[in-house]
Write a protein that binds this ligand. Structure first.
Ligand code: GLN
Ligand code: ZN
Length: 764
């Protein structure tokens, strides 16, 4: 069988893309050199993929920031406020991604959202009534030609019209269907040009097809593709889906004139059933996504080959072995993990290793009794070793959690009164989400400690000095609830993982999160428990420096889990409950150490909400919300529990969020519109809220008036009660610079002060 991948990581083995792009952002690298560096990187990746023997090699999977933004830019979906800045093409592109503040103007970035159920973020395209969708760029052709120069006949990839139009925001009265014709024409032109320069295939990514589709959406899909496929201009069209199954349109896809269809057999729970039930057209090629593109474990050949056999037994069409999604979601190569022992490394497979697995699977799939092959047997013994990595004692604890520990007493309303008295906070209390900028000093302290250049004591002293400085700074700025700054943390998940039993760590296994930001998820290797207190020392130290409450800062169990690579043979629920028990111990230790406010971040709670609504509760919320409650149910009434969530796209699960039973929740609300605020009102949300009043993902500094009006908008029509509103940025500040941060925070505290003046009569 032939093999295919859907996309390859583009950040480079050592995150080269990040480093040179950031140099460009700082004005230290010219646009010309940026483009040159990117070309070198692309060539490296193309060669690796080609040399591994993959048959369908993608191109244009590279992106300077995001593929959805690439598609929007290629199709001229560029809001006027960006094009009017008069920047270069790439400059305009980055202005949409990151905002622009400079001599040519001041515009915010476009909203950024999570890409389906991943921790990758895409830039939301914005379409106005007068947006003219047309072919307006060359990137997809340039990238094809670049591969061609290496002698590689690649498959150019791009986000498809259905997904793009479905994810876009429409600012005027026109909606997606008004743009079908122009989008179809633009894609046809792309087909034509690609076929002119020699391409045989194009891969069109349509992950939106795995979501619950309404009748109009199905019509939209059909109308786009009936028109588009009528004129393929000699090109073969591969419809690529991932992150689930396409049950709502399977028959339509089957009868439309696609030349290839990519289905996900890992997350697509019904994919197999769909082809069994409805067949698969003989004229198409099935790209069978059987190799997990999201997880990092060596593939279980026995399982995969048996899925392939099942597929083979029901369809006659040609089958190509593929990854389940782009390899963008896994790190580059296990090779870079010099520090990990061989026993660990043997079990892992990152992007480069997955190419090798595809090659082996392809060979095995061609021999009748593959079970006798060495590659197969080696794999079988490797998988068998996983039995050893378990901890029965931890498993028992999870089985025996008393039901009462899932409910905090007294109830919210009573606690709210008790905490008002105990904490003496003003109206519109100000706080931040936890981290302060990771300055060069912060990073070098950590790097030197890790390299063994400074002893633990010196490292800790340095962290404490930074804590002291930032506590003083927050007092000077006038914050009400302070934080210690998270200087000891590289990453909010890694830091906890490192202090829990059951995780292992990589040193270079970076995965792109958004733009140049990468994360290094820990790996859940076994059953999880807490080794020792994790945050108590620094939190208690910070609290000893001030009379104001300092928030203890923890990451919640669902987020730790969601931002780690999970085991495939321990259930998500069980892993999360294990982590919840560990974090619960930490919460109780913090309280014991005199910490009065504890924030348990569940930044990623929404992220792993199953894509299909019928799965939300059964497969996720029914244990994810109780896990959070388990974390904090043991504290006293006076202790105020905060939580934080990135992205406020939780309108649909607002009751579940309230059911987490936290006392205060902060979340992003500045980049997206304020719909969430209405939803809070409608749901009669009890938890106090801090809807972020400015966007920390961009270097732009909001002025006081802008923040005051954001607060007014939130309060308008009593949507949020004056007594329930907190004032804070929308996320942690660690990715920002200090000077811009302090300026923004000064404006934020002043905005809160102005509001207190306005609402003087109200008691807190
Ligand atoms: N407390 C974390 C921080 O401030 C939260 C980060 C996040 O939500 N992603 O960095
Ligand atoms: Zn956040």
């Amino acid at each position: 069988m032939k093999t295919a991948i859907i996309g390859f990581p583009r950040i480079g083995k050592d995150r080269e893309l990040k480093f040179f792009t950031e140099e460009y952002f700082k004005g230290k690298l010219s646009e010309e050199l940026l483009v040159k560096n990117a070309a070198v990187l692309k060539n490296q990746d193309l060669k690796i993929v080609a040399n591994s023997g993959v048959d369908f090699i993608p191109s244009n999977d590279f992106s300077f920031y995001d593929n959805a933004l690439d598609a929007a830019a290629l199709l001229n979906i560029i809001p006027k406020r960006y094009s009017e800045l008069g920047l270069s093409t790439l400059g305009t592109y980055f202005a949409m991604a990151r905002g622009y503040q400079g001599e040519k103007g001041d515009v915010k970035a476009l909203p950024m959202k999570k890409w389906f159920n991943t921790n990758y973020h895409y830039i939301v395209p914005e379409i106005a009534d007068d947006t003219e969708i047309k072919l307006a760029g060359t990137k997809i052709f340039d990238d094809y030609n670049q591969a061609k120069q290496l002698g590689i006949k690649s498959v150019p990839t791009m986000v498809g019209p259905f997904t793009l139009l479905s994810l876009a925001i429409y600012t005027g009265s026109k909606k997606a269907d008004s743009f079908v014709n122009s989008a179809v024409n633009a894609y046809k032109q792309i087909f034509k040009k690609l076929s002119d320069i020699g391409a045989e295939w194009i891969q069109i990514d349509e992950p939106f097809l795995v979501t619950d589709l309404a009748v109009e959406q199905i019509e939209l899909f059909k109308s786009i593709y009936t028109q588009l496929l009528a004129e393929k201009n000699g090109l073969k069209i591969k419809l690529q889906t991932y992150f689930g199954d396409i049950r709502d349109v399977y028959s339509d896809v089957n009868s439309l004139e696609f030349d290839g269809v990519g289905l996900d057999f890992i997350e697509g729970r019904k994919s197999l059933e769909l082809i069994e039930k409805h067949g698969f057209s003989d004229e198409k090629i099935l790209f069978a996504g059987v190799l997990n593109g999201k997880n990092i474990w060596r593939n279980n050949y026995k399982n995969t080959l048996s899925i392939l056999e099942k597929i083979k037994s029901v369809i006659k069409a040609e089958i190509v072995i593929s990854t389940s999604c782009s390899l963008l979601h896994v790190p580059y190569t296990v090779e870079s993990e010099g520090k990990l022992g061989d026993e660990y490394k043997a079990q892992l497979s990152f992007a480069v290793e997955k190419l090798g697995e595809l090659e082996q699977l392809s060979k095995l799939s061609e021999v009748a009794d593959y079970e006798k092959e060495k590659a197969f047997k080696d794999n079988e013994s490797l998988i068998a070793l996983r039995e050893k990595y378990q901890n029965p004692e931890v498993k028992r604890r999870v089985e025996n959690i008393p039901q009462s520990e899932f409910t905090r007493l007294p109830a919210f309303e009573e606690r709210e009164k008790i905490q008002k008295k105990a904490l003496c906070l003003p109206l519109f209390p100000t706080t931040t989400i936890g981290s302060f900028p990771q300055t060069a000093e912060v990073k070098s302290n950590r790097a030197r400690f890790k390299k063994g250049e400074i002893p633990a004591e010196e490292y800790k002293d340095n962290v404490k000095k930074m804590i002291k400085r930032i506590i003083e700074k927050q007092e000077e700025l006038g914050f009400d609830v302070l934080v210690h700054g998270e200087y000891e943390r590289n990453d909010m998940v890694e830091h906890f993982g490192e202090n829990l039993d059951g995780f292992i760590f990589t040193s270079k296994a970076w995965v792109q999160s958004y733009g140049t930001r990468c994360v290094k998820p820990p790996i859940i290797w076994s059953d999880i428990s807490r080794k020792q207190p994790i945050t108590v020392e620094y939190s208690a130290y910070a609290q000893s420096l001030t009379n104001k409450p300092v928030k203890g800062m923890l990451t919640g169990p669902v987020t730790i889990f969601n931002w780690s690579f999970p085991r495939e043979d321990i259930s998500a629920r069980d892993s999360v409950m294990q982590i919840a028990l560990a974090i619960r111990e930490e919460v109780l230790d913090l309280e014991e150490a005199g910490i009065k406010v504890i924030q348990v971040d569940e930044a990623a709670l929404k992220e792993k909400l199953p894509i299909r609504r019928e799965d939300w509760h059964k497969l996720y919320l029914d244990w994810a919300i109780p896990a959070f409650r388990l974390v904090h149910s043991g504290v006293k009434a006076q202790t105020q529990i905060h939580t934080h969530m990135c992205y406020s796209e939780f309108n649909d699960i607002i009751k579940d969020i309230d059911n987490m039973d936290a006392d205060v929740i902060s979340f992003e609300a500045s980049r997206s519109n304020l719909k969430i605020i209405d939803a809070l009102h409608d749901a009669n949300f009890k938890t106090q809220v801090g809807p972020g009043v400015y966007d920390i993902h961009s270097p732009r500094i909001p002025d006081k008036d802008e923040l005051v009006s954001a607060l007014h908008r939130i309060l308008k029509g009593d949507r949020v009660k004056v007594q329930k509103l907190w004032v804070n940025p929308d996320c942690g500040l660690k990715t920002r610079g200090e000077s811009e941060t302090f300026e923004s925070l000064t404006n934020l505290v002043n905005a809160a002060r102005q509001l207190r003046e306005e609402y003087k009569g109200e008691n807190s």
